[in-house]
Design a protein around this ligand. Structure first.
Ligand SMILES: Nc1ncnc2c1ncn2[C@@H]1O[C@H](COP(=O)(O)OP(=O)(O)OP(=O)(O)O)[C@@H](O)[C@H]1O
Ligand SMILES: [Mg+2]
Length: 397
């Protein structure tokens, strides 16, 4: 058996269709009864272009809804005495309105994500939270996140696909992007679990939060029973692919029974973090073995994972200090930072840099960033679609 042990090289690349199937906008209609309240806002080319652009310019939350100058086609606002500043939401007015409405309908605070990823790597910008109270909070997080950029530019990296009957292979441009806004809830991380499905069998379950919780040991059988029942009832026969990874949340209060909520569905692919498992282990599980039982893996008291000394999560994705400071100081400061950022970017675009010693230096500054001057806030690809203004309609969940 050891000689036939599979290694990561044997890991099958996911198909592009599988990646699509794991996107929230695709699966949520099927699982409405077991997911939290949310709105899904289909994204237009104009908004995607805004997300992909370098720099962060936020809508002015204090302005009245924009009006359009019918002669020139240039949007203008009666309150706007700043000639240089163009409110970016003019380019995606429908989406901006849908986002504002969704936040209000969902109780004033939302948790945002795109088709697959939440901007977790940018949470420090709002003071270490993804709780968004305004549309600008949402845009700031999305525009600052490399995880979101991955959704936009690299969703089909490391995938395979065979052409369909017409000889076409799915392309990134075929993806129907959407913004998912979930009603903000104070999630208890200790009762979040990641579950691996192979050949339509539940093969492994792990806690998501990498800390030791004694009560999980005590409740091990009960949690596993609930997850198995949930899988069999809702996912086993309905998810289109035989291999996938799903996340559940099982809160329990003193007055309610435990209820299993579906939090997410992730690709069966190396890009999905296997947490306390390794993908090689999962690869070598035989769900068809006699008396097979899924393993429920918890972090023990003395496990090294329980002591997260080394580095904070997503530290490789962090941004210049000015951004962090602005985030920690709250929304007002973010607004000020945004204004300051705009000035810097406009300065770069205009005369200041032409006055500097050489054009090359100017290019370096503009791209590489100098933390003292705000620096480069993101490293988005520059793929630009034609701006479009399709109607944005938020779908209720
Ligand atoms: N509605 C919500 N309100 C508050 N926090 C939430 C909400 N939904 C999810 N979270 C928290 O955010 C975390 C990440 O959410 P989610 O799994 O949707 O992101 P993701 O980008 O798909 O993550 P991963 O890369 O691990 O798959 C969850 O583990 C949960 O703790
Ligand atoms: Mg996920």
């Amino acid at each position: 058996m050891t000689s036939t042990k599979k290694t990561l090289k044997d890991f099958p690349k996911p198909t592009r269709q599988h990646i699509i199937n794991c996107g929230y906008p695709v699966w949520y209609p099927k699982y409405r009864s077991v997911i939290g309240k949310a709105r899904v806002v289909p994204l237009t080319a104009g908004f995607l272009e805004y997300l992909r652009e370098d720099g962060i310019v936020l809508p002015d939350e204090n302005l009245n809804p924009p009006t359009r100058d019918s002669d020139s086609g240039v949007f203008s606002n009666a309150n706007d005495d700043d000639d240089e500043y163009e409110d970016p939401s003019y380019r995606f007015a429908d989406i901006h309105e849908a986002v504002k409405a969704a936040i209000a309908e969902l109780g004033g605070a939302v948790y945002p994500k795109l088709n697959w990823s939440a901007p977790k790597d940018a949470s420090f910008i709002l003071g270490n939270t993804l709780k968004c109270a305004t549309a600008s909070d949402v845009y700031l997080l999305l525009k600052s996140s490399n995880f979101v950029t991955h959704d936009l530019e690299h969703a089909f990296d490391d995938t395979v696909d065979t052409p369909d009957e017409d000889g076409r292979v799915l392309q990134v441009s075929d993806i129907a992007y959407a913004l998912v806004l979930r009603k903000w809830v104070e999630v208890i991380p200790s009762v979040e679990f990641r579950c691996f499905v192979k050949d339509r069998k539940l093969v492994g379950v792990t806690q998501r939060d990498m800390n030791h919780y004694k009560f999980l040991e005590d409740g091990r059988d009960e949690f596993l029973r609930l997850i198995k029942e949930f899988f069999e009832k809702h996912l086993e026969k309905t998810f289109p692919d035989p291999n996938f990874v799903f996340d559940v949340y099982i809160p329990k209060t003193l007055v309610t029974d435990s209820r299993v909520w579906l939090m997410d569905i992730n690709p069966y692919a190396i890009r999905t973090d296997p947490l306390t498992f390794s993908w090689t282990e999962i690869l070598n599980i035989d769900p068809h073995a006699e008396d097979f039982e899924p393993e429920f893996r918890l972090i023990g008291k003395d496990d090294p994972e329980a002591y997260n000394f080394s580095s904070s999560n997503y530290s490789a994705h962090k941004l210049p200090k000015e951004v962090v400071d602005a985030g920690a100081a709250g929304p007002q400061s973010i607004a000020e930072f945004s204004t300051r950022w705009r000035e810097i970017v406009e300065g770069l675009d205009n005369t200041d840099l032409q006055d500097s010693s050489s054009d090359e230096d100017a290019g370096d500054d503009a791209e590489g960033g100098d933390a003292g001057d705000g620096g480069t806030v993101d490293d988005k690809g520059k793929k630009n679609d034609e701006g479009g203004k399709d109607k944005a309609a938020a779908t209720n969940i």
